[in-house]
Each structure stands twice: as structure tokens, then as C-alpha cells.
Ligand binder design. Structure first.
Ligand code: AMO
Length: 437
């Protein structure tokens, strides 16, 4: 004792044999005649049973002293028992060893509110379907890397400590850097473009992104995982959107194949692979649709708020029967200086957002690659170009047309799994009110 581990899902094939199961105590029912212990491993749960008054008084005492969530190793014979709900079998205990005893009472249970569950996140993940989130995340990233690899991308790792802010000054964390001021990267935007300037023609990065946004919404975090893509020699922003479609189709195919059944069982979501192409709608059309649908936000706004995103997705679902929509051609006022403006309309940008079931999961664009033009656009926005020198220098020595996008991995998981908050799509959430654990 102990011997080779048998996983709970394989017990049926070991009927009448003695097996060893490693796992956590989930429930204890210590009755006058019988002792029942439900033990859980990552593949399922099994009932372990012992009749009191047997030869091994030590075993009976061990079970009486067990606590829920203790880590145990159980050895016993697998017997068929059709009345047992868990798989119609049980293990008749021969020995039980407590590898690590759990304290009582547990600080969280099924009725604990989300914030308190986050305080005890390791127990929260251990005891619920939450663990599935990270299996799905692993598959998502693996599928993304497979597509990127098949299409000739290079994976990059760019610095998260920066001497200048990476997007705008507003949402940036400042940190002390040996007495100087440094910033945490709000996105790898400038560096992925620098990689294009360096002749690495197609790049992607999966890494941390920091935003000093004091938002307490269900979709905002101050640190999240970003999937960033940049592609050179494109003939237009359409090339970028088409790549994202291929990426997401492959991701959803893989998630469906590997986790479809578990996702349906634990979170009640049917994973479906979307048809391509996804619908595309310009921002001007989107606003017109929304206005005729009664969406009338205050003032003359030209950007979509969360309510606008939700309604637009609902309209697209109704009219196109699709859960995804690319919203294109955002006005220059709501887009950064580095977005390319089309020749036929200088008031808009060759940019897009991708909405999925009412939530923005991606922003992308073709970039302005002509030095004079990008400098002029930065000037027009009233930006101080001095801190942008390293970035702008990238466009002085022959950088080809390029474009890319940034996708929020936690947002993607949240929508994919129908989770109510990005907090549940992140192992250890970071927000304005949360820096621990
Ligand atoms: P953007 O700022 O739109 O674009 O970010 C890209 C994507 O990141 C996710 N996201 C967030 N997720 C969680 N919490 C937040 N606070 C948060 N903010 C953004 C969203 C969003 O679509 N450089 C550009 C991308 C590009 O053009 O390549 C950028 O960062 O899913």
C-alpha cells in the first residue's frame, strides 16, 4: 500500500479486483452499521463502503475521523451494485490512508457568494466544474498555436515592463523602476508591429496584459491574458478577419471534440462550430440598425456601449442566424492614431471589433505603415510624439502593410462557457478591488 492508481472512470473495467484510488473526500455518511465515503478524483466520484465491526478496527476508526476534502488513498475491492447512483458500483474498503487532513469547517460551500469563493479560489476550483475552465483553456491555446504554426506564424514574448505607455496614458499602471518611472504593458501592440518591422512576417503572442481600468463589470479585469496577432503584406483588413475566422473555427472544433460532452454536462452549454464567413457590418450600418430598434443612448455617440453590443448581436442573430459579428469601419474619433484610414472615407478606420453573443472579444485593424501619415495622425490626436520615437522609427525604414488583432482569452472563455463573470474564466482574478490571493 499504496499501489498503482486506478482512475474513477476506469473502475467499471476492474470489477471484482482490488484497486487503489487517490482523491478527495467529498461526502461522509457514517451510519450505525455502515460507513460511506464518497471519494472524488479528476475523472469522477465513487462510493467507498465499510461495514462496522469488521476485523480491522483501525479502518473503522480512520473513517470515523475523516473530514471532508481530506486527501486520501483508498484500497479496496470493486463490486457491482446497481442501486448505487455513482456508476452502479462501489469499493469495499480494505484500507484507507489519510495523506493530508482537511480542516473543518470548510470556508466555502455551494451557496457561498462569488467574492468569498474567490478568497478561497483553490477550494472553489477543486470542488466545482470550475476545473473544466482550465482544461478548455488549454485546448483553446493549443488549437490557436496549431493554426498559427500551420500558417507560418512565429510566437513572440515581448516585455511587459516599458519605458513608455503602450496604448494611451489613461489606463496604464505606473511602477517604480530603480527610481525611474516604468509602465506595465497595456498590450504588445507596439512590439508586435516592431516584430513586423524586424522582418518576422507573421507573429503572435499569448501573454499578460495590464489595464488600470477602475471597472467593476463582469467583463473587465486589470490583468488578463491577451492573444495578439500581427501579419505583414496583407492586402487589406479583410485578410486579418479571415485569419481570425479560421482560428476560431479550429478552436471551437477542438473544444467541441475534446470537451463537448463535459461542457454540456457541467455548464449546460452546447459547443457549436460557427459557419464562415461571419457576418460583417459597418459601424454606420450598426448604428442605423440599432436606432431603428429603439437604441437611443444619450448624446451623439459613435461607439457601442455594452447595451449596444448586446442589442446588435441580438439583431444579427435574428437577421443572419449567427452568433458572431464583425463590426467594421469605426470612426477615427474612437480609434487610436495608428489605425489605417481607407482612401474612400478618411472619417473612418480599417478596423473591426468582433462580438460574440453580445460581448466584444476582439479589436483589430490594418495599421498605418507610412511614416509621414502615422506621425500626422498622432499629431492630429494631440499626442506628444517624443515618447513614441522608438515606435515611429519602425516606419522609417521600409515596413510593409500589416494588420492584426488582440483577443481577450478570458472573455473568449467566459462567452464560450456561458459564465456569468470573467472572474470565473480566470484562475486568480485581478480587479480594482482584488489583489489577493
Ligand atoms: P483592446 O484594448 O480592444 O485592443 O483589447 C483587445 C481585447 O482584449 C480584451 N480586453 C479585456 N479583457 C478583460 N479585461 C479588460 N479590462 C479588457 N480590455 C480589453 C477584449 C478586447 O477585445 N492593441 C489593441 C488590439 C489590436 O488592435 O491588435 C488592443 O489592445 O477582448
Amino acid at each position: 500500500m499504496p499501489g498503482m492508481r486506478t482512475l474513477v472512470r476506469d473502475l467499471r473495467g476492474r470489477l471484482d479486483e482490488t484497486v487503489v484510488v487517490y482523491g478527495w473526500v467529498t461526502t461522509l455518511r457514517l451510519q450505525r452499521v455502515m460507513q460511506f465515503v464518497i471519494v472524488r478524483d479528476p475523472t469522477g466520484m465513487v462510493q467507498v463502503v465499510n461495514r462496522r465491526g469488521g476485523e480491522d478496527a483501525g479502518l473503522e476508526r480512520t473513517l470515523d475521523e475523516l473530514t471532508v476534502e481530506s486527501a486520501v488513498v483508498v484500497s479496496g475491492r470493486v463490486v457491482d451494485n446497481p442501486i448505487v447512483k455513482l456508476g452502479g458500483l462501489e469499493i469495499v474498503a480494505e484500507s484507507v490512508e489519510v495523506l493530508a487532513r482537511s480542516d473543518v469547517p470548510l470556508p466555502v460551500d455551494a451557496n457561498t457568494n462569488l467574492e468569498q469563493r474567490l478568497d478561497w479560489r483553490f477550494l472553489d476550483v477543486r470542488r466545482s466544474a470550475q476545473g473544466l475552465v482550465f482544461d478548455v483553456q488549454t485546448t483553446v491555446e493549443r488549437a490557436m498555436r496549431a493554426v498559427a504554426d500551420a500558417e507560418g506564424f512565429t510566437e513572440m514574448h515581448t516585455p511587459k515592463l516599458m519605458g513608455t505607455a503602450s496604448e494611451s496614458g489613461a489606463e496604464v499602471f505606473r511602477v517604480d523602476y530603480f527610481g525611474r518611472r516604468a509602465f506595465l504593458a497595456q498590450s504588445p501592440q507596439f512590439f508586435k508591429q516592431m516584430a513586423i518591422a524586424a522582418g518576422i512576417e507573421r507573429v503572435f503572442e499569448i501573454g499578460p496584459v495590464f489595464r488600470a481600468e477602475p471597472s467593476f463589470t463582469s467583463r473587465h479585469a486589470t490583468e488578463f491574458t491577451g492573444v495578439d496577432v500581427e501579419m505583414a503584406w496583407i492586402s487589406g483588413v479583410e485578410d486579418v478577419m479571415a485569419f481570425e475566422e479560421r482560428l476560431l473555427v479550429r478552436v471551437l472544433e477542438e473544444v467541441k471534440a475534446r470537451h463537448g460532452a463535459a461542457v454540456a454536462e457541467h455548464v449546460g452549454v452546447d459547443v457549436t462550430v460557427p459557419a464562415v464567413p461571419f457576418p460583417r457590418i459597418t459601424m454606420a450600418e450598426a448604428i442605423a440598425w440599432l436606432r431603428s430598434d429603439g437604441w437611443n443612448p444619450e448624446g451623439d455617440r459613435v461607439d457601442l456601449d455594452p447595451e449596444g453590443e448586446r442589442r446588435l448581436s441580438a439583431l444579427v442573430a435574428e437577421r443572419h442566424g449567427h452568433e458572431f459579428v464583425f463590426v467594421t469601419r469605426f470612426p477615427i474619433g474612437v480609434r487610436p492614431f495608428y489605425h489605417l484610414r481607407p482612401d474612400d472615407d478618411p472619417t473612418v478606420t480599417e478596423s473591426f471589433d468582433l462580438l460574440w453573443r453580445g460581448i466584444e472579444i476582439t479589436t483589430g485593424a490594418q495599421r498605418e505603415h507610412r511614416y509621414e501619415v502615422v506621425v500626422r495622425q498622432a499629431d492630429e490626436k494631440g499626442m506628444d510624439t517624443a515618447p513614441l520615437t522608438d515606435y515611429l522609427n519602425c516606419f522609417r525604414f521600409g515596413t510593409p502593410p500589416h494588420g492584426g488583432f488582440g483577443l481577450g482569452l478570458n472573455r473568449l472563455l467566459m462567452v464560450l462557457l456561458g459564465l456569468s463573470s470573467i472572474r470565473e474564466a480566470t484562475f486568480l482574478f485581478r480587479g480594482p478591488g482584488r489583489l489577493t490571493p
